[in-house]
Design a protein around this ligand. Sequence first.
Ligand SMILES: [Zn+2]
Length: 534
Amino acid sequence: MTDTSHKIMVIGLDGASFNFIGPFCQTGIMPNLYRFWQKSCSGELVSSYPPVTPAAWVTFMTGKLAGKHHVLDFEQFRFTDNSLRYNSSVDIEAQSLWAIISAHNGKVGVINVPMTYPPEPVNGILIAGHNVPNPSTQYTYPTAFKADLLKCVPDYLNHAPKPHHVRSASAFENMVKEYTRTVDDYHQAVNLVDEKLDWDFLMVVFPHTDIGHRMWPYMNPESSHLYPERRDRVARIFSKLDQALGSLFHLAEDRNADVIIMSDHGHGTTQGWVRANKLLQKWGYITMDNPLRWLGKRLYRECQKVRYKDKYTRPARYIDEKLGIEWSKTKAVVCQAVMWGHLYLNVRGRQPHGIVEPGEEYDALRKDLIERFLAATDPDTEEKLFDKVIKPETVYGPSKTPWAHPDLLLVPPEGMRVNKRIRHSWVVKRTVPERAEGTHLLKGLWMAAGPQIKSNTQFEANIQDVAPTILALMGLPVPDDMDGKVLTSIFKQKPKPLFSKTSRTESETRDTAVYSIEEEKQIEQQLADLGYID
Ligand SMILES: [Zn+2]
């Protein structure tokens, strides 16, 4: 017998924000979403720090900040050997919303949410989303459900098709067809789950709204008129998505469910890139390796790759090989940079070849770096290169795991992206705005409507607020260690505050490698296709 009192449907629109969804609604391309928006409570949804897909969806699904779940990006930096490894669901050090609902005997259907591979057991059905390396992997729970899914949707893809923006008109048209087909595929997957399951919680994420990385010139209201043919083709993807949304709204109505629409971050124009490691090199904190020795390391690594046959014991992806730095003479380096820069000091005792003493020297170096980055300007325009330099513990809260985060987060101005490469000449590069790709904005969107929800209340919420609000709407207790707040002002009848002690010991150290070398390459290719990495 389930403890839940109400059904909830959550529709994720990856990367959606009002700056482009608004015009699609207002110009008749998304009429169903427009009607829903007008009757709903809605507002901007502040993403995770940094506003990247894995961190944001994990912050949503746990209701917790990164200080508790420890997923900051597609990759994680490993102090033990100064390497990078792709994150997966086993790296999430906090309980998921669907695990909590399952524990209360609620039936869940979870479809295509990023960072859910490998699929965790739930009381219902889970189809993993982006971070599934390839379609031959076991990406559903229960395992047997995959056969049902493939019977219904033979070419099911766990991630958005590859977007192209510079290819021929026919290649572009084929891409649009593939996108519209996958809207149908996900829609069919939802119907299949609905057919098999008397769900209490049903969620699907559409990655189609995240095509802004490559497609931004054609969907940006400020530049799309320059490309009328491609603008109209891209609009067809959104129109198709709107048809699916209309059908899902009907399904929710039939099941008497409340509906929440949300995104993980927004999209805007890429203004340019800043190479933070070039600055660190200029200030004397990075020393480059001897070019011949660097080449030797890379060749040795290629040979090692051939030698390692076992899926999980293989050479790691080392930062010094990637960037060509010499660790024993480097004090600080940006090891990850998708949107913001994740800066790590080279701390003695924490990392091999560490040269920065923990304590006084560590504190003084962080202080110095904060001052330097905040003072750094573009030599051509004299604009500031960084808006903020964040000490992670001040935004994530204290972490139970020591050294769980970067030592500093470098936040560029909106539209600028941090890039970690060093072996190139430029430090700052600006884009031509009308041709520029899209990039993530901190603010996405949320809308909520249904039997228990008031209409026409607008306010800004945080992505970690969504999970506790869902639990409260379902009549379930909210674990007291969730960082998000229940958005009580959207309820027609204010819920009685129900809290529970967290049910699981968290911050377990997990060190299981999930991906093989081949699978890591597949993930890397998917991210490059989407425009996350170069
Ligand atoms: Zn995203």
